[in-house]
Design a protein around this ligand. Structure first.
Ligand SMILES: *Cc1c(COP(=O)(O)O)cnc(C)c1O
Length: 457
């Protein structure tokens, strides 16, 4: 088999500023050992997130020039609406400035005190918007989804038995909707099978409860279904996506992921009454329903991006480039969440640094060393991000200590990825010399964004 090459050529480039180890030690010190406080110009390979970091195509950029900026009834809105409708089959398409704005509108309407929203795993902004409404967000991930080294095809699936008994227990009046996140971002970017989506939808509907998809990475999920679920091997990603959406009553979407743009999103649904209420809120918080917090040019770029993302040569390259990095480091013994997901590699920091206990933040130690060794920026997903304190101020760690290296779409080439593998392997070789960190300043919520750290000696 020949090398799977990038299915694009590069027309416009951005320089990367190289730095030395000594310079990066100084950069880390000035940023209080927190990757969020490093200036992006000081990063060589930026794997902090795949959100809003995609490279747009020449056609998307020409759409930016061609965008219609009319306040009402913009031509770009109608193109966007037609594209999303054809892709998802939903009746009402409501543009918003990013995914969390769709969540805010949806849960302001259906959430509230005494309500419960189950999902495979809620993304953190989804959970925050549900909780802000007064409702409870519930994750129903099977135990297999939390075992880093267990290889299974669809580790993002929702636990169907748990869903059934949850709905039986709470009753339809307390559960305004059931959600499923594809791929399961917080669960390692793992896909959800069509069988699982179909069955979760059937269970929700048997209680008269609507079923919604958090569709941020629908195309990556659809491609995994094509690769791993036998009945779908011969179907196009477009057909598979359409079938996934056909089981749902609506979706939320961050266009910063699988719509290949830097900003945007939408909320879609079939229920006309819900759509009226959503549009009324949209007008107050986002804008008129034919632009909803975006410029006409953004809608044009999203429509074009949604057409490009279902291209199977693109998806083959996308999934392969993540898997390629995974294979290179697994073969040398680096512990990661297996199999790799669609958009990121997750290093298992507990296994990588067994000597560093959770309260010394092993994930943060790996993040800092990856930057020191090679200027690669990643993010800790463990005790820094999700740790809580008990009444005595003792850290309650989450089940896993992970380091995420998210791969931006169409941005880096194979040699960049080879370089990242080298940096990870060098860090792995030096693992016995790594020390933990302590937090010297933190905020009460979402502390990972602003916390200051100091190395332990
Ligand atoms: C990014 C993301 C969101 C939120 O979208 P934003 O555009 O960042 O507001 C919601 N759900 C999932 C699964 C995501 O990955």
């Amino acid at each position: 088999m020949k090398t799977i090459i990038e299915p694009f050529k590069i027309k416009s480039v951005e320089p990367i500023r190289f730095s030395t180890v000594a310079q990066r030690e100084e950069i880390l010190r000035r940023a209080w050992y927190n990757p969020f406080l490093i200036h992006a110009d000081d990063v060589m390979i930026d794997l902090l997130t795949d959100s809003g970091t995609s490279a747009m195509s020449a056609k998307q950029w020409s759409g930016i020039m061609d965008g219609d900026e009319s306040y009402a009834g913009s031509r770009s809105f109608y193109r966007f609406e037609r594209t999303v409708r054809e892709l998802t089959g939903f009746t009402h398409i409501i543009p918003v400035h990013q995914g969390r704005a769709a969540e805010k509108i949806l849960f302001s309407i259906v959430g509230g005190r005494g309500k419960w929203i189950p999902s495979n795993t809620h993304f953190d902004t989804t959970r925050a918007n549900i909780e802000a409404s007064g409702a409870e967000a519930v994750d129903l991930l099977p135990a297999a989804g939390m075992q880093p080294r267990l290889r299974a095809d669809f580790k993002g699936n929702i636990d169907l038995e748990a869903l059934e008994s949850f709905l039986r227990d709470k009753g339809p009046a307390a559960v305004p909707l059931v959600m499923i996140t594809v791929t399961n971002n917080s669960g390692g970017g793992q896909p959800v099978s069509m069988a699982n989506i179909r069955e979760a939808s059937r269970i929700a509907h048997s209680y008269g409860i609507p079923f919604f998809i958090d569709a941020c990475r629908f195309a990556e999920n659809a491609y995994f279904i094509k690769l791993r679920e036998k009945a779908y091997a011969g179907r196009s990603v477009q057909e598979i996506s359409r079938e996934m959406f056909s089981y749902a009553d609506g979706c939320t979407m961050s266009a910063k992921k699988d719509a290949l743009v830097n900003m945007g999103g939408f909320l879609a649904m079939n229920d006309g009454d819900l759509a009226v209420r959503a549009r009324n809120l949209l007008i107050v918080t986002e804008g008129f329903p034919t632009y909803g917090g975006l410029a006409g040019r953004d809608l044009e770029a999203i429509a074009q991006g949604l057409e490009e993302v279902v291209d199977e040569d693109y998806l083959k390259y996308r999934v392969r480039s993540v898997e390629y990095l995974a294979e290179k480091i697994i073969s040398k013994g680096v512990p990661i969440v297996e199999p790799p997901g669609g958009h990121a590699i997750y290093i298992d920091a507990k296994a990588f640094l067994p000597e560093v206990p959770p309260h010394e933040y092993p994930g943060q130690a790996v993040v800092c060393e990856l930057f020191r060794v090679g200027g690669v920026r990643s993010v800790e997903i463990g005790s820094v991000m999700f740790g809580k304190y008990d009444a005595h101020g003792i850290l309650i760690p989450p089940p896993m200590e992970l380091v995420r290296l998210a791969i931006p779409r169409r941005v880096y080439t194979q040699s960049h990825i080879d370089y990242v593998a080298e940096v990870i392997l060098e860090t792995f070789e030096r693992r016995n010399q790594l020390r933990g960190y302590r937090i010297i300043e933190e905020s009460p919520v979402l502390r990972h964004f602003t916390a200051k750290f100091a190395p332990l000696h």
